[in-house]
Design a protein around this ligand. Structure first.
Ligand code: BGC
Length: 479
């Protein structure tokens, strides 16, 4: 097997072995993100009984990690600008490993919450820095593919942990699960955490960061390893240019609200909120609890959750296959419509007491499939492409932060809403937000398929200069 390859249509020669190595950082980072957020779905079923939690405390036990993630996301940027991407990623791997064990041993819920918030911080850091590290190191010809790999890794993490939860549940009876099962669920995440730590030990620092800190020789050394000497010189020149541009634009937060850009910011932030308030994580974090509340045994509830993880993974492939064919907008419109119909079905099945048949599970799987084939990946792709270069970094962190807050809100309020309003009203509430999504996407979101980042940027530059099809009225675009 050769370890160098020339990507199609490119004159860059890429050192494949090296690229696989750095890709493993993105892959394991994403996997941990999914694994460690998804683990709570199985654990909460037992913890609720162990610690006699009321609905507010169930919400807090599930969502406290997300508060940690907000802190992690917020501090990862400045910390990694100061100490380097690699060192802060290493810190997150250590936090992942330590908190895997620390969440497995507590005998009271407050100690657990503190430990789980540390896991949350690690998730926040990894969710921000793994893709950033990859984007800064990967040759441009394969950058897109590597970022996609990261998305797939997150849903794979959910898929794997749902299996692990099922396996652990079947290891003992209910009493064992309540005393020990949930502890094993958290403890198992030490395996991917240590793998992450190991992979990070052998990868280099980001050349972009090195150049920013004036360590040119080390940066060139790494870039040469990626794609040879000519690639290294060309990349370094490009990075210098973009660093200069960033320096020129520093401090101008008001730029985000300039007439052209604020439409992009509004669209990004609203899409981030809608991705969450349509209820995906009510399912991803609470599925076994929902299935148990319908009268299923814990084993069956965990098995149905494995179906949720499987459908989520399979339909993410559907999105990846369709996103450049039918476009972002069409996928969002079809997906959000499907979500609305399935959420109606979930609420209706509960209203008619049809919880014994397969209907609730089928409608939930339909909802997850519609989300995974549309809003799941498409919102992230849009967030990475709708912002003009000058504001991309800042705008993306604002949108990502808002997304985390919305996740926190939904996972905290879901058990409380179930208690206060019952399942029908709760799922119909998410259904209403799916209908809002269809209207918002139809009227506000331009199609970006097949457009270069520069063409997308042109959409915003003249006030009101785009229509819903993404065709600029001021600057004609070739697609
Ligand atoms: C969302 C997460 C969600 C995941 C489920 C992602 O796109 O941002 O909040 O848990 O999809 O697969």
């Amino acid at each position: 097997m050769t370890n160098a390859a020339r990507p199609q249509g490119s004159n860059e020669t890429v050192n494949l072995g090296f690229v696989y190595l750095i890709s493993s950082v993105a892959a394991i980072g994403g996997l941990l993100f999914g694994y460690d957020t998804g683990v709570i779905a199985g654990a909460i079923v037992f913890m609720e009984k162990k610690f006699a939690l009321d609905p507010t405390m169930v919400g807090w036990t599930v969502s406290c990690a997300l508060l940690g993630s907000i802190i992690g996301t917020f501090s990862a940027g400045p910390l990694s600008d100061w100490f380097g991407r690699k060192k802060i990623l290493l810190l997150s791997a250590v936090l992942f490993s330590v908190s895997a064990l620390a969440t497995a041993i507590p005998n009271d819920i407050s100690t657990f919450v503190v430990a789980r918030m540390v896991t949350g911080i690690a998730i926040g850091i990894a969710s921000m820095l793994s893709p950033l590290y990859i984007a800064e190191l990967a040759p441009s010809s394969i950058r897109g593919r590597l970022v996609t790999l990261y998305q797939l890794a997150i849903v794979t993490g959910f898929f794997v942990v749902y299996f692990a939860n099922l396996f652990i549940t079947t290891m003992g009876d209910a009493a064992w699960g309540i005393d020990f099962g949930w502890r094993w669920m958290f403890a198992t995440s030490v395996v991917p955490s240590l793998l992450f730590l190991g992979a990070l030990m052998i990868v280099p620092e980001s050349p972009r960061w090195l150049l920013q800190k004036g360590q040119r020789d080390t940066a060139l050394e790494t870039l040469t390893k990626v794609g040879g000497a000519a690639h290294a010189q060309a990349e370094a020149k490009e990075i210098d240019a973009s660093l200069n541009e960033e320096n020129e634009n520093k401090g101008s937060i008001l730029q985000l609200f300039e007439p052209g850009f604020r439409v992009a910011l509004l669209i990004g932030v609203v899409l981030a909120v809608l991705q969450q308030v349509t209820g995906i994580n009510a399912i991803m974090y609470y599925a076994p609890r929902i299935f148990e509340s319908m009268g299923n045994g814990t084993d069956t509830a965990m098995m149905s959750t494995v179906w949720v993880g499987t459908v989520n993974l399979l339909f993410t492939f559907v999105a990846l296959w369709l996103i450049d064919k039918v476009g972002r907008k069409a996928l969002l419109l079809w997906g959000a419509s499907g979500m609305a119909i399935c959420l109606f079905g979930v609420g209706y099945a509960f209203q008619q007491n049809m919880t014994e048949g397969p209907w609730v599970l089928l409608c939930i799987l339909g909802f997850v499939a519609s989300f995974a084939a549309s809003m799941g990946p498409v919102v992230w792709v849009l967030l990475s492409e709708i912002f003009p270069t000058r504001i991309r970094g800042r705008a993306m962190s604002i949108a990502t932060m808002v997304l985390w807050f919305a996740t926190l809100f939904v996972s905290q309020t879901f058990p409380m809403m179930l208690e206060a309003f019952g399942p029908t009203a709760t799922f119909w509430c998410y259904m209403t937000m799916s209908v809002v999504t269809v209207v918002f996407v139809q009227t506000m979101v331009p199609e970006t398929k097949g457009k270069s980042l520069e063409e997308i940027e042109n959409l915003w530059t003249t006030k009101g200069a785009y229509d819903a099809e993404g065709v600029s009225k001021a600057v004609p675009l070739s697609s």
